[in-house]
Design a protein around this ligand. Structure first.
Ligand code: NAP
Length: 292
């Protein structure tokens, strides 16, 4: 069997086109452009690249953005003062604090400070708490898990009643992905570094979401025939044939898994493009709920 490829790039493009059209309608109606503020603390090249790509996406979709940059030795007070200023700025609809913050900063306190109506990453305790509670809705769903669920729904994977296995329990991917799946009536198992016999747990999965950051750890014989496999992992491996000297691979061994799975996302071109598309969706949503 050869799996059906889930083309995250094409699906993300369609999401972006719809957002751009809605933004244009808002502007014609005399409403302000949705506006995103990103906060980068320090000089991690990967974080700087993510922040730059978010600003570029805003521009491409007709939204406004500003990138706030603090030095790596910024104090807790400085970061909190910046977030408070952005909270109070009526022109700013969404605030995204790029993670991870330098180790000396209290991430939880910073994220807690973001006005819930501007929490476009969905990481504030109130949004996550609502995601975890039955009958409650968060204002914003964290972008990467939101993208994973969106991909499954777009290709018509049946989530209700399915056995879903989530590899990884991080605050930004694994845990919210599990909560979203529970909310869609899947039966969910969450695995982590202490899980015993991971391969066997994965073999029960109708839906497998891998978010562990371990190069191609999930092998073809871990996959239930016909399963939907969403590979969130982004791992860089040396590749002398590439100009950059490296290439990106997922947490799933794609060549093996595609022979067994029913659906599979590639890396790159699967979940990655969805994360930014969902951030743009959340930023538009923030502007809509702040329309007074
Ligand atoms: P993280 O915070 O490092 O969490 C990794 C999780 O995987 C933890 O829960 C950890 O278990 C678990 N884990 C690690 N090694 C394991 C092993 N050998 N067996 C079983 N579980 C293991 O990572 P993250 O931020 O969630 O990111 C995960 C991956 O997704 C990374 O490759 C990251 O680059 C990628 N990512 C991609 C996107 C995108 O847009 N495509 C967005 C975010 C992240 P413990 O909890 O027990 O430590």
């Amino acid at each position: 069997m050869t799996a059906q490829l889930i083309d995250g790039k094409a699906i993300a493009m369609k999401v972006r086109e719809d957002i751009a059209a809605e933004v244009a309608r808002r502007v014609i109606a005399g409403k302000p452009k949705p506006f995103l503020a990103t906060v980068l603390v320090g000089h991690r090249p990967d974080s700087a690249a993510y922040v730059a790509s978010k600003g570029k996406a805003c521009q491409e979709l007709g939204m406004g953005s500003i990138s706030e940059h603090l030095p790596a030795d910024a104090t807790q007070e400085q970061v909190e003062a910046l977030v408070s200023r952005l909270n109070a700025d009526q022109n700013v609809n969404g605030i995204l604090v790029q993670l991870p913050l330098p180790a000396h900063l209290d991430e939880e306190r910073v994220l807690s400070l973001i006005n819930i109506e501007k929490d476009v990453d969905g990481f504030s305790p109130i949004n996550i708490g609502r995601l975890a509670q039955k009958g409650r809705k968060p204002l914003f769903v964290p972008c990467t898990p939101y993208g994973c669920l969106y991909l499954l729904e777009q290709v018509g994977v049946n989530i209700e009643g399915a056995n879903a296995v989530v590899l990884g329990r991080s605050n930004i991917v694994g845990m919210p992905a599990a909560l979203l799946l529970i909310g869609r009536n899947a039966t969910v198992t969450v695995c982590h570094s202490r899980t015993r016999d991971l391969a066997n747990v994965c073999r029960q999965a109708d839906i497998l979401i891998a978010a562990i950051g371990r190069t191609e750890m999930v092998r073809g014989d871990w996959i239930k025939p016909g399963a939907a496999v969403i590979d969130v992992g982004i791992n860089s491996v040396p590749d002398a044939t590439k100009k950059s000297g490296h290439r990106l691979v997922g947490d799933v061994c794609f060549d093996e898994a595609r022979e067994v799975a029913g659906w599979i996302t590639p890396v790159p071109g699967g979940v990655g493009p969805m994360t930014i598309a969902m951030l743009m969706k959340n930023t538009l949503h923030a502007a809509q709920i702040q329309d007074r």
